[in-house]
Design a protein around this ligand. Structure first.
Ligand SMILES: *[C@@H]1O[C@H](CO)[C@@H](O)[C@H](O)[C@H]1NC(C)=O
Ligand SMILES: *[C@@H]1O[C@H](CO)[C@@H](O)[C@H](O)[C@H]1NC(C)=O
Ligand SMILES: *[C@@H]1O[C@H](CO)[C@@H](O)[C@H](O)[C@H]1NC(C)=O
Length: 396
């Protein structure tokens, strides 16, 4: 009897042990920033602790999680979380918030505050980033000399990245930048800054392929989403934008040699009280760049200043734009099912370049009104086709 009991006990112990070993192998290693001395009192600088926690998680050979608990952590200098890491997946799980230092000069002339670079399989899950931008905005408004300010969160040179349920408030400059990346998903992101905060673009994508921005709300002072040179296969769906300056491809063509923008889809988007809706913007300067293959579909405009806009004559202060002709070639842009209200009479404006007219523009099922009256459209150097009911009447 005793023998049987001890055999059963041994078997149970063995089973439990193997289960424990199995879970240890399968579960990610969790490394909390507090293990490295991060305080979470909102006042003590935790930059060093965060970098040490990152280094530890990044060198793990098994999946690792860097954990930020539900407290306020001050990161008072620019930090870079560098890869490549040893594992194939690394998660940054944030329950708390990460706070920038106040003051217009507080991050010097750095152009990023929190940066992840060269990390494959990065997941940033939750949390709030507070850029504490108001002192810098006030400095800019008072025309003093102020730094341009840093982007709150930059993802650079990284592939297979997910940014989920992250909140960014009051960025000093841009909120989120995706630069030189492939396969990045932003989902359930929330972005807030006052409508008069300068240059606080929500998400800026540049030189990147296969980026998705889904189920995201952006209220800010500049573009909700800005799309820079070298962007391909960008998918934007279920985004609410406003206040802000809308979704903008460009400004493009500032330089002569520039990568094009190709294959962009913007679908199920609502603009409320924004300066622009769907905009393509280029400098009136010579350039080899282009925009081709853009689909704008199922978009609602609520009181938008310029709902549909192509502007190829961007030239602030009229400096350095010989003949004001943009070299950017714009082609294959379709607008389908765009409904709502314009806050100005000209709801649809295609102001294209004399030397490279906009080609193959498609309009289908457009219904935009201005103060309950018919709105107007404007065309210059543009060719294309109209299908279905289009109001304001097409000038293509
Ligand atoms: C990755 O693992 C190797 C050993 O397998 C080690 O020498 C190296 O330092 C690790 N890299 C990092 C970034 O920790
Ligand atoms: C894209 O990244 C996700 C992880 O975010 C990964 O699961 C997926 O396999 C990647 N897709 C490709 C084509 O590499
Ligand atoms: C365009 O981009 C989408 C993703 O946004 C992708 O699924 C599709 O295959 C791309 N089309 C081409 C022709 O590359």
């Amino acid at each position: 009897m005793n023998l049987i009991i001890s055999i059963i006990t041994s078997i149970l112990i063995l089973l439990t042990m193997s289960c424990l070993i199995a879970t240890t192998l399968a579960d990610p290693v969790v490394i909390s920033v507090t293990d490295f001395g991060a305080k979470g009192d909102g006042r003590t600088d935790s930059s060093q602790a965060f970098v040490m926690a990152w280094t530890s998680a990044c060198s793990s050979e098994v999946p690792a999680t860097m954990y930020v608990p539900r407290k306020r952590f001050l990161i008072s200098s620019p930090v870079e979380f560098q890869g490549p890491c040893n594992g194939t997946k690394i998660e940054v799980k944030i329950d708390g918030s990460i706070v920038a230092p106040d003051g217009a000069q507080s991050l010097g002339s750095s152009d990023s505050w929190i940066m992840f670079s060269h990390v494959e399989g990065l997941v940033i899950n939750g949390g709030a980033f507070d850029g504490v931008g108001s002192s810098l905005w006030a400095c800019k408004a008072s025309q003093q000399s102020c730094p341009e300010g840093p982007t709150t969160l930059t993802i650079f040179g990284s592939n297979n990245v997910e940014i989920r349920r992250v909140t960014s408030i009051n960025a000093k400059l841009y909120h989120i930048v995706v630069h030189s990346c492939e396969n990045v998903t932003l989902e359930g992101v929330r972005i807030y800054a006052p409508k008069d905060s300068p240059n606080t673009d929500g998400v800026h994508v540049q030189n990147s392929m296969n980026v998705r921005i889904l189920d995201t709300g952006i209220r800010t002072g500049d573009d909700c989403i800005s799309i820079g040179p070298g962007t391909r296969n960008l998918w934007i769906q279920r985004v609410a934008c406003g206040p802000g300056h809308g979704i903008s491809i460009g400004s493009l063509g500032k330089g002569l040699e520039e990568d094009g923008v190709e294959n962009v889809t913007v679908k199920n988007v609502v603009f409320s009280g924004t300066q622009n809706g769907l905009r393509i913007k280029s400098w009136g300067r010579p350039s080899n760049g282009y925009v081709k293959g853009v689909v704008f579909k199922q978009v609602v405009m609520n009181d938008v200043q310029n709902p549909i806009l192509i502007d190829q004559n961007y030239c602030p202060r009229n400096e350095g734009c010989p003949n004001q002709n943009s070299g950017i070639k714009i082609s294959g842009i379709t607008y389908t099912d765009i409904k709502g209200t314009s806050a100005s009479r000209v709801a649809m404006k295609f102001d294209c370049s004399d030397t490279s007219p906009c080609m193959d523009i498609g309009l289908q099922d457009i219904e935009l009104t201005y103060q309950k009256q018919p709105a107007q459209s404007f065309c210059k150097n543009v060719r294309g086709m109209t299908l279905g009911v289009v109001n304001p009447p097409s000038c293509l």
